[in-house]
Design a protein around this ligand. Structure first.
Ligand SMILES: Nc1nc2c(ncn2[C@@H]2O[C@H](COP(=O)(O)OP(=O)(O)OP(=O)(O)O)[C@@H](O)[C@H]2O)c(=O)[nH]1
Ligand SMILES: [Mg+2]
Length: 240
């Protein structure tokens, strides 16, 4: 298998089918796969995923017991991807904020040598559409805060559109990652940099979700803010 796309879902019934089909158009479905990771969505997203998996041989579903947050869902997806032999492992949101048409650009960056390719809003050519001042401030400010405290050059640390080479996920200690929300994205990228892998940022335009509800809340922002200095502290003490 070349690439496995991890697609975490929680109440994405309107988005899931169009998203999976749009991904199928961008992937080489003879050697790439999509893994839906559903946390027992009350709106029946899991059953829609099962129907898609019956129709499309390149779609798989991982059902989890209940909503545990994005971090644990992705870690379960990463473990599945490694066990299944994927060379590249991607993270993509199911709400069309990440354009499926950008997936080949992330894959190409890894094929060209990057260990981790990040879809980035905050490099030249990247950006956001339909974002209010508050949301822009949280995202830009969050990345600036994290990048300053951690001392890294990456500009978009909180994004969740990524492509990892498998060696990266085999090397970092997945079991040690505790963060669940944005903090999960910051922590994985920081661990990858600390482990000496190369990270490239690929400009993307991030579009606000059109359908369904956001699962973001203030507690996710607070978790990430507290976790950044803790990460740096652990790294300075040689424990990361
Ligand atoms: N399996 C699983 N998926 C989740 C969980 N929380 C969010 N997701 C999915 O993760 C992706 C990103 O979540 P969003 O709610 O869009 O969060 P966000 O992109 O930070 O916020 P928005 O700006 O509102 O889009 C979506 O595909 C969600 O369905 C969770 O606890 N478990
Ligand atoms: Mg979203």
């Amino acid at each position: 298998m070349r690439a496995l796309v991890c697609l975490p879902t929680y109440n994405e019934r309107e988005n899931l089918e169009p998203m999976v089909r749009a991904l199928g158009e961008q992937l080489d479905t003879t050697r790439d796969r999509v893994l839906v990771i559903d946390d027992n969505s009350p709106d029946g997203t899991g059953a829609i995923a099962d129907t898609l998996a019956r129709e499309l041989p390149w779609v798989e579903v991982l059902h989890r017991g209940g909503k545990e947050g994005l971090g644990p869902a992705y870690i379960a997806g990463f473990r599945h991807a490694l066990a299944a032999g994927a060379e590249l492992v991607l993270e993509v949101d199911c709400d069309f904020s990440h354009d499926p048409k950008d997936v080949p650009r992330l894959i190409a960056a890894c094929a060209a040598g990057a260990d981790l390719a990040l879809g980035s809003r905050w490099v030249a050519g990247g950006g956001t559409v339909n974002w209010g001042k508050g949301r822009t401030l949280v995202s830009r400010g969050g990345s600036l805060y994290a990048r300053t405290i951690l001392g890294v050059r990456v500009r978009d640390l909180t994004g969740g559109f990524k492509c990892f080479r498998r060696a990266v996920l085999e090397t970092i200690d997945l079991g040690a990652i505790a963060a669940k929300g944005y903090g999960f994205q910051i922590e994985t990228t920081y661990r990858v940099i600390r482990a000496g892998f190369s990270v490239v940022e690929i400009p993307i335009v991030f579009v606000d979700r059109r359908v369904g509800e956001s699962k973001m809340d203030g507690s996710i922002v607070v978790e990430a803010m507290l976790q950044v200095p803790a990460l740096r502290w652990r790294a300075l003490r040689g424990r990361l």
